[in-house]
Ligand binder design. Structure first.
Ligand code: ATP
Ligand code: MG
Length: 487
């Protein structure tokens, strides 16, 4: 790993030893033997990490740290502290030092600490650069975010097909943005000010799908009490989005084919032929080719609908789109929920980029929304986002939660609640709440430097209940590091 390090100590022996140690680690190392010299070097060039002794001749380590933080708030400061100065070390950390290194040094510990902060540092800088870039809105297309080659090609295709009337088949896993693409095509087409109408072909009964598509006359079937207009009529002049077309049965497929060919249809139970002008966009995640081979999907219809095919790659194959999506969803969620703006810690962002997101963009969006609601501070931690230390497992939990609420929203049955491996609502909620509580109490304790009375007071709780709660949550105050009081 690379990174620039400044070592400040007025004991030459220490400066030389540390320089040797960290140069071997691969860092670019500079040294200074006084606070003044250190500041001059920081003014002249960028350092990721400054390691300074607490007691220096002239300007002391604490004052140096304050000046460094003013000059470059992004720079991490580590304090070297001699035996017996731990209390001041805690002060230093409250004033903004990242950590302290007790003398005499343990070389391995030292290397590890510096490696950790350096990694965080570099991530944070990369993150900040990214935020600056994302703000330029370069990778935006209609409602869609994406800068990857794959998404750029999708956007280009949308641009090409939008002005025409050709039928488009959208393919891709659940949550990859098929409906969003369908809407983008419509909104960029000459039909934009006519209706965009979506039909879910995976409805409970095929009769329902047909009556939804073509409408029916009164008495067409049991329960058809009045005439109903179908989506074809409603979409006249506009775009009809046939979602989950792989679930359409053969009878409906035959009727659909006829409308596409003749641009005419009859309502169920009716004999009046009605003319329509609709552009069709279909979507599926099924293997239509195999279905054609098995005789479950009409070949002639297959060729009619896949005049142009757009494949939406799963999110894990375009991980470079994730940071921009994260920032976009964060902003959207904070506005929607009226919370002050939040960011992810760089580690959380990295976990997001590496997570496979089986539920694709929809799962990512849901995870961000939950985290915005549940997170305590302005920076969302990995635990808050994933609700667990294991991102993959958590993404399934978040994904399943989201799927459930989404299906409820569509008026579907909550059958997937019992799907293998998914958590039910109560379990998932408990898990999120517990995680949130843990974070809340940990943060409260960190903010009070491990002082339980003060943390309880800030949290608006009695000391006893606070203590009871952290015991239940398995929080060990000793683990939080040095305490600044008599707890
Ligand atoms: N590129 C993107 N930029 C911003 N938001 C996106 C993007 N892709 C998807 N989304 C969001 O993710 C969610 C899922 O998208 P959409 O409903 O279009 O997926 P889908 O492929 O139709 O999924 P399904 O097959 O489950 O119906 C929506 O909230 C959508 O706004
Ligand atoms: Mg969809």
């Amino acid at each position: 790993m690379t990174g620039r390090l400044l070592i400040v100590d007025d004991e030459r022996g220490i400066v030389v030893a540390l320089k040797g140690l960290f140069t071997k680690e691969g860092y670019e190392v500079e040294t200074a033997e006084s606070g003044e010299e250190a500041l001059a070097k920081i003014r002249a060039g960028l350092f990721h990490v400054v390691i300074t002794d607490l007691s220096l001749n002239g300007m002391n380590g604490l004052d140096l740290m304050r000046s460094v933080r003013q000059l470059d708030p992004g720079c991490t400061v580590l304090m070297i502290t001699a035996y017996g100065t731990q209390r001041i070390a805690v002060e230093a950390m409250k004033a903004g030092a990242e950590d302290y290194l007790p003398k005499p040094f343990d070389n391995d510990e030292l290397r590890l600490k510096v490696r950790n902060v350096m990694e965080k540092q570099l991530l944070r800088r990369a993150y900040n650069r990214l935020i600056e870039q994302v703000n330029l809105d370069s990778g935006r297309f209609a409602e869609m975010i994406g800068q990857s080659g794959a998404m750029r090609r999708v956007f280009e295709t949308i641009d090409k097909v939008a002005p025409t009337d050709v039928t488009v088949l959208l393919r891709g896993e659940s949550g990859t943005g098929k409906e969003l693409v369908a809407r983008a095509i419509h909104s960029r087409s000459p039909r934009a000010n006519r209706p965009f109408v979506a039909v879910n072909c995976a409805a409970f009964s095929h009769e329902l799908v047909q009556s939804d598509l073509f409408g029916h006359e009164r008495g067409a079937f049991t329960g058809a009490l009045a005439r109903r207009e179908g989506k074809f009529e409603i979409a006249d002049g506009g775009t009809l989005f046939l979602d989950e077309i792989g679930d359409m049965n053969l009878d409906t497929q035959a009727k659909l084919l006829r409308v596409i060919q003749e641009k005419r249809f009859e309502r169920l139970g009716g004999n009046q032929s009605l003319a329509v002008d609709v552009r069709i966009i279909a979507a599926t995640n099924q293997d239509l080719e195999a279905m054609v081979r098995d005789g479950r999907f009409r070949e002639d219809l297959y060729y009619r609908i896949k005049v142009v095919e757009v494949r939406l790659p799963p999110l894990r194959e375009r991980a470079e789109d994730i940071p921009a999506l994260v920032i976009h969803f964060l902003k959207e969620a904070c506005e929607r929920f009226g919370t002050s703006s939040k960011t992810l810690t760089p580690e959380t962002l990295r976990a997001c980029v590496e997570n496979p997101w089986r539920g694709n963009v929809r799962a990512l969006k849901a995870a961000i929304e939950q985290a915005v609601i549940l997170s305590v501070g302005a920076e969302i931690t990995s635990a808050e986002l994933f609700g667990s230390a294991v991102p993959e497992e958590a993404s399934r939990a978040v994904g399943s939660l989201e799927t459930v609420s989404d299906q409820a929203g569509r008026g579907g049955a909550a059958a997937s609640l019992t799907a293998a491996g998914a958590l039910n609502f109560r379990e998932a909620k408990e898990r999120f709440v517990t995680q949130w509580e843990r974070n809340f109490f940990l943060n409260a304790l960190k903010a009070s430097g491990g002082n339980i009375s003060r943390a309880a007071e800030r949290a608006g709780m009695y000391r006893q209940s606070f203590q009871q709660k952290i015991r239940e949550l398995g929080i060990n105050v000793q683990e939080l590091g040095p305490k600044s009081d008599d707890e």
